[in-house]
Write a protein that binds this ligand. Structure first.
Ligand code: BTN
Length: 234
């Protein structure tokens, strides 16, 4: 388990992609200055004042569950470091007080996977407003002392290792207990089109099982975004 700190990076996920052959299982790279971060569904991720962490995964019991492992790991790391009122918005946004504190982007790389974790840590209300991120919060905005970056990184990698080694059904149960969407009416947004559905469960492959017009359907994380019917979660 090796941790590389970079003063500056375009994207820590990209850094691992480009250097994958030099990385072993659970080796990680992080920076507080990421200039061209990538988010889910083609979005960007600004990390000014935040933590951008990417972890290389070589051994996973069930690779399709890596996004869920990552969400449980980041949730547990925040909890261990004293942050309360957490939740997971399927598939892997970590919320605090109902707002987004962390986003995760999992990608396939040569001979493995990369789990990219963005944490809003030292951002101020003004800086998030400038980025037009009304649903985002940061550790500082929540009223905590910002996380010590290295401590977060080490805690998070340990939690990721635990989650990856967990039996799959235990992982799905843990995830489901923390998931804020379950039992709620949600909007499923796919290619700009919105469908209202009720989220029912998390499938054994980590998909979200939703009920639409009385029929169950499973949506997968690479394709859709899920919102509440009035806003981000509710
Ligand atoms: C999202 O919520 O859209 C996912 C955001 C993921 C951002 C992280 S920051 C570290 C890693 N490097 C990247 O370029 N992206 C991920």
């Amino acid at each position: 388990m090796r941790t590389i700190y970079l003063e500056k990076a375009m994207s820590t996920n990209e850094y691992i992609k480009e250097n994958a052959s030099a990385f072993s299982h659970l080796d990680a790279v992080y920076t507080m200055c990421q200039t061209k971060g990538r988010g889910r569904l083609g979005r960007t991720w600004s990390a000014d004042g935040g933590i951008a962490l990417s972890v290389f995964i070589k051994d996973a019991k069930k690779p399709i569950l890596i996004p869920l492992c990552a969400a449980v790991a980041v949730y547990n790391a925040f909890q261990k470091l004293g942050i309360d009122n957490l939740g997971i918005k399927w598939p892997n946004d970590i919320l605090a007080d109902g707002k987004k504190l962390s986003g995760i982007l999992c990608e396939g790389v040569k001979d493995g996977y990369v789990v990219g974790i963005g944490v809003n840590n030292r951002q101020t209300m003004e800086s998030l407003k400038d980025l037009e991120l009304p649903y985002a919060t940061s550790v500082g905005i929540l009223g905590y002392n910002p996380l010590e970056e290295e401590k977060f990184v080490v805690t998070c990698i340990k939690e990721l290792q635990n989650a990856l080694e967990m039996p799959c059904d235990e992982l799905i149960d843990l995830f489901s207990n923390k998931c804020v969407n379950l039992g709620k009416t949600v909007k499923i947004i796919k290619n700009g089109k919105e469908v209202v559905a009720k989220s029912v469960a998390v499938s054994s492959d980590g998909g979200l099982v939703v009920e639409i017009d009385g029929k169950n359907e499973t949506v997968v994380s690479g394709e859709v975004s899920v919102r509440g019917i009035y806003g981000y979660v509710e």
